[in-house]
Design a protein. Structure first.
Length: 348
């Protein structure tokens, strides 16, 4: 009898381990509660998401105070979703169009401010039935950057007894040692795998597939892939020559190409579509975006590396075809030259 029980237990452990290893990858949707297009996409697609992540909380003082963003669309979206996603609000040190380094210093370096910040997060998680949080602290000072992981561990310890998770963001180009430290302090690291070419840089791919794969492979050695979420871009940039790019939705980028009578090309069969046009005043423009085929190719690359899942940055800008399970053949675009290198714009 004892041998039977031991054999049964071993078989059960094997089955549970296989189930965990073969768990379906998560799909996370980031959205802006104040943006009509973003909340409309949330309402339409909440049931296709495992986690929704509103930009909800802003650490806005060195005393640890959090400014919460109203989110009236969330309740209706969840009520109408057949499959109910968990809610993981994003809490950052961004407010009033700045990354507040002083506020981050307060929470990370002042024990009283840190305690107040953690207590506010715990209380809000209980009141709103959140599944966890995603912390996104950026522009940290040289003094607070080394203290970040230790603070995350404190917050994680406060949330864990409640059954809440703590995720943290990191750039996909971050040093492997940093990713390792963040992963050790939290449940999941969200790698922001976009802005290969950025709004204040020169035009080029937002996230080329080769760039994504190389970046992921360099970081996966630093942490268990099952504890990484890869955030994929789903938007476009319209760069005027020598200037800062404007953000476009994928649908608006495709419509602009049609309106301008411009042929759309790809640098590779599964790369970012792009085109060029001249504005009425004669200024040359370059438009690059991430459409459904590019997103699917990137998701396949992430899934092949056994990450915990992907996140969409962001709802309201994505190609509507991204949601189609039977998209059918995609239009064939002529291949273009190799994509340009991305560099910062010269300072004037």
């Amino acid at each position: 009898m004892a041998r039977f029980f031991v054999a049964f237990l071993a078989a059960a452990v094997t089955l549970l381990s296989a189930g965990a290893a073969g768990a379906r990858p998560l799909t996370v949707g980031f959205y802006l509660p104040w943006d009509a297009a973003s909340t409309a996409s949330l309402s339409a697609h909440a049931g296709a998401l495992d986690v929704i992540a509103p930009m909800s909380g802003a650490l806005d003082t060195p005393a640890g105070h959090i400014r919460w963003q109203p989110d009236p669309a969330r309740a209706a979206a969840l009520a109408g979703a057949r499959n109910k996603p968990r809610v993981f609000p994003i809490v950052s040190n961004a407010h009033d169009e700045v990354w507040d380094a002083a506020a981050a210093d307060g929470a990370l370096l002042n024990p009283q401010a840190g305690d107040a910040f953690i207590a506010a997060l715990v209380a809000e998680a209980k009141a709103q039935a959140y599944g966890g949080y995603i912390l996104d602290f950026e522009n940290l000072s040289p003094a607070s950057a080394p203290a970040y992981a230790a603070f995350l561990a404190r917050l994680h310890a406060a949330l864990k007894p409640m059954g809440r998770e703590l995720w943290v963001t990191a750039g996909v180009a971050a040093e492997p040692a940093l990713i390792h430290g963040l992963a050790a302090a939290t449940d999941t690291v969200v790698l922001m795998a976009y802005d290969q070419c950025w709004a204040t840089g020169t035009p080029g791919p937002i996230a080329g597939l080769d760039w994504l794969q190389t970046s992921l492979d360099a970081r996966l050695a630093a942490a268990d892939p099952a504890r990484l979420i890869v955030a994929l871009g789903a938007y476009g940039y319209d760069w005027p020559a020598g200037g800062t790019a404007a953000v476009l939705s994928a649908a608006d980028a495709a419509a602009l190409a049609k309106a301008k009578g411009q042929a759309v090309i790809r640098a590779a069969p599964d790369g970012d579509p792009h085109f060029a046009y001249a504005a009425p005043g004669g200024t040359a423009h370059s438009v690059w975006w991430l459409d459904a085929p590019a997103f699917r190719a990137q998701r396949a690359a992430v899934d092949a590396r056994h990450a915990r899942g992907v996140a969409i940055w962001r709802l309201g800008l994505e190609d509507p075809a991204l949601w189609s399970k039977a998209a059918g053949p995609q239009p064939s675009l002529p291949p273009g030259p190799a994509p340009p290198a991305c560099t910062a714009l010269p300072k004037h």
